[in-house]
Design a protein around this ligand. Sequence first.
Ligand SMILES: [Zn+2]
Ligand SMILES: [Zn+2]
Length: 266
Amino acid sequence: MSEYTFRMEMHMHTSEASPCGKASAAEGIARCLRLGYHGCVITDHFKARTEQELLGINHDLPWREKIDLFLSGYRNAKAAAPNGFPVLLGVEIRFKDCHPGSENDYTVYGVTEEMLYANEGLYDIGLPAFRRFAQAHGLFVVQAHPFRFDMTHVKPKYLDGMEVYNSNPHHDENNDFAALWADRYGLLPLSGSDYHGDGPRRNAAGQWETFHKKKAIDNPDAVRNLEQFGEANPPGGLAFCQTVSDNAALLTALRNRDYRLIGTEI
Ligand SMILES: [Zn+2]
Ligand SMILES: [Zn+2]
């Protein structure tokens, strides 16, 4: 039997801090507990104009208030989690109008609250400069859902890893291509659910609602997954062989490739 039993959700959003998030931090933690995770990393969208989208305001907040807002989901998740359930801080960063890959999303692990407060405009600097920042601070940079349509492939030197399994039900992730690419370029493979809380619900007749053209209620794979997990795709994440309760432990395990992927056989 595998000793890799400590399961972490590596990619999840909260409605407090992600404009596309449909589940609160507390609901996200409840989902983690229901699915048998032992910890999670909150990776809300970290990008320009989030506060306009979240709050409907048309002016910029001071940087400190932007970060307060960004951290609200993470802080609520920590407050909602039971004792012994680590909630770590991550970001899913998108760079504003910067080449290469301005539509791309990157999940980043190892960030701290202080780091975010102290680096105004961090999402304006573009991927090459962010790579230098990440290396200076020991961060782990992963291209999220890299073969979702409209994503741009970037030079592997800017990355540590690549999501080869992303179980977001609302996009065609082309995870198989991501796995090939990661293997070809020596990028570490990661898995995460990209949980937004907007999965299908049962209707009054007890059937799963149709919510995606490829995940209709008559899709046997989706229905089986819904019955087993409550989600149309098997949830993602990483399994570690020891408790991962802080950034240092997470970064060490990631860099040593000392983990197993959840949700995929790779
Ligand atoms: Zn989103
Ligand atoms: Zn995401």
